[in-house]
Design a protein around this ligand. Structure first.
Ligand code: E4P
Length: 218
């Protein structure tokens, strides 16, 4: 399973990139707004430290505007993935960009039918938002299971399922169990995957015993 990080905080991204565990980054207009910086500057900085796909979202809602913005975003770096909303115009733009060899991420997916459309439009990634579905009492992870199963029935569909709106480590484990290709994680969720009290306790015990030996490994 590939791990992307879902943030526009470049300091955080640089730290996580150094772990060697990061396969890509996703941003959205809200995350860029939170950064308080220009999108071109933020995306360029991220692409300089993460060689994998870096999603940058268009703000236009019409086809021509999306294509115009996609060209601006793609000019920033070769690994920019153009993020498009799951609307008729977004899917039309997705088809155009895919045919030009541009990576695309179709976002705001909340149903299996929408995911089928994204795959037929040639999306590189489709982003179902599990947390936002859970928030309204739906089963976000059931949607991931449906999409993964449906895509498996049609090997010609190359779209990868990118689990988005992840709220905690259990979402990550459930998505991996279902065979989702990618999960995009808030930094805190990625860090939480390291944690287990028995790891901390075990390490403390080993170090205490090691100190008694007076040895050094050199
Ligand atoms: C995905 O690409 C989105 O940026 C993100 O996962 C949305 O998450 P949220 O529901 O926590 O805002």
């Amino acid at each position: 399973m590939k791990f992307f990080v879902d943030t526009a905080d470049t300091k955080e991204i640089a730290e996580l990139a150094a772990t060697g565990l990061l396969d890509g980054v996703t941003t959205n207009p809200s995350l860029i707004a939170k950064s308080g910086r220009r999108i071109q500057e933020v995306i360029a900085e991220i692409c300089a430290v993460v060689p994998g796909p870096v999603s940058a979202e268009v703000a236009a809602t019409d086809y021509d505007g999306m294509i115009r913005e996609a060209r601006v975003l793609r000019a920033i770096a070769h690994n920019v993935t153009v993020k498009l909303p799951l609307t008729p115009a977004g899917l039309r733009a997705c088809r155009t960009l895919t045919d030009e060899g541009v990576m695309t991420n179709v976002t705001l997916c909340f149903s299996a039918g929408q995911a089928l459309l994204a795959a037929k439009a040639g999306a590189t990634f489709v982003s179902p938002f599990v947390g936002r579905l859970d928030d309204i009492g739906h089963d976000g992870m059931a949607l991931i299971g449906d999409i993964v199963a449906i895509y498996r029935n049609y090997p010609a569909l190359r779209t990868e399922v990118l689990v988005a709106s992840v709220r905690g480590p259990l979402h990550v484990i459930a998505a991996a169990r279902l065979g989702a290709h990618v999960a995009t994680l808030p930094p805190a969720v990625l860090r939480s995957l390291y944690q287990h009290p028995l790891t901390d306790k075990g390490l403390a015990g080993f170090l205490a015993d090691w100190a008694k030996t007076g040895q050094t490994i050199a």
